[in-house]
Design a protein around this ligand. Structure first.
Ligand code: FES
Length: 338
């Protein structure tokens, strides 16, 4: 092995993989080699990629990552998505075949072709790579900015031979990465690391589908709806929650699909109907999880449910689906982002 390639052995005869010079972390290296390391956010927040280094030297890319509790740290655990091997390693982790990537992630360059505003703070970016874009509906990629920042954003389009990667990104006040992206002009370049994410479309399920999005959680839900909406008869209920009427988006994308207003139904929801930006709104109001429960609560246990959005929305939906309605866990699909 060269100096830049470390062999990582998983204790208990569970396999091994190589961390190459381009691999940002043990997680990326494992997934690139087809190993099913459990993970969700790829960004140090969720804690689902905890490992223990048994032998060898490793560096932590984010020693204070919130994905590790004080107890985890006392036990000497580390996050695979925030750790790099400095030499050959032996690690302890439970692998899971269900986490093995269907499309192994890669790092590649893209060029910004165009961008357009969807709302006052969500912009759709269209990048082009030199090779076909291969990913599953609902997956995300890590955008690597010139200054070294890495941020996870979901794709809103579908895999394609033209190498097009589209993202719908919300501008975060004071957020360095989103502001850098909003400042980017066509022709700008960056590197993409992906695809990632296990909350992708389960294509083999024939159950009705419910997509629930808030904020920039729109992108992965649009991708899933695009995959399903090509079949006019496929039952898809798509909920989008915005704070004001001016924040609601998604209808443009969905209305272009053959299933629009046949199998595919759009349910926009506004949580601040008294805000001046909601003037004239006559649609549903409240929090999106409340509207979902009110509208189709009796059907959720028989549906595949996908959701993406801000943490309070995701937590409310988890409570509703898992605790109150006892929807089977295997029918609930989401990635935790932080
Ligand atoms: Fe590593 Fe979330 S903390 S995947």
């Amino acid at each position: 092995m060269t100096q830049n390639a470390q062999v990582v052995t998983i204790d208990g005869g569970l396999g091994s993989f190589v961390q190459g010079a381009d691999d940002a972390s043990l997680l990326q290296a494992a997934l690139r080699c087809g190993i099913g390391l459990p993970y969700e956010c790829s960004s140090g927040g969720c804690g689902s990629c905890r490992i223990q280094v048994l032998e060898g030297e490793a560096e932590s890319l984010w020693p204070d990552a919130p994905g590790l509790s004080p107890r985890d740290r006392r036990k000497g655990l580390q996050l695979a998505c925030q750790t790099r091997a400095l030499g050959d390693l032996t690690i302890k982790v439970s692998t899971d075949a269900a986490c093995a990537p269907k499309v192994p992630p890669k790092v590649f360059g893209v060029v910004l072709e165009s961008a357009r505003d969807l709302t006052r703070d969500i912009r759709e970016f269209r990048f082009r790579a030199s090779a076909p874009a291969v990913f599953l509906p609902g997956q995300y990629a890590i955008l690597q900015l010139e200054d070294g920042q890495r941020r996870c954003y979901s794709m809103s389009n579908l895999a394609n031979d033209e190498g097009i990667w589209e993202f719908q990104i919300k501008r975060v006040p004071g957020g360095k990465a989103s502001n850098a992206l909003f400042d980017m002009a066509p022709g700008g370049r960056l590197r993409v690391d992906g695809p990632y994410g296990l909350a992708h479309l389960v294509a083999e399920s024939a159950r009705p589908v419910v997509c629930i999005a808030g904020g920039s959680g729109l992108a992965p839900m649009i991708s899933i709806a695009r995959a399903l909406g090509a079949d006019p008869e496929r039952q898809v209920d798509f909920f989008y929650g915005g704070r004001t009427a001016a924040d609601v988006c998604g209808a443009d994308h969905l209305s272009a699909l053959p299933g629009w207003q046949r199998g595919l139904r759009f349910h926009p929801v506004v949580s601040s109907p008294d805000d001046p930006l909601s003037a004239g709104w006559t649609g549903e109001t409240g929090f999106v999880h409340e509207v979902v429960a009110r509208g189709i609560g009796d059907r959720l246990a028989d549906s595949e449910i996908y959701f993406a959005g801000p943490p309070p929305m995701a937590e409310a939906l988890q409570r509703l689906l898992m605790i109150e309605l006892k929807v089977p866990f295997g029918q609930i699909h989401f990635d935790r982002f932080f």
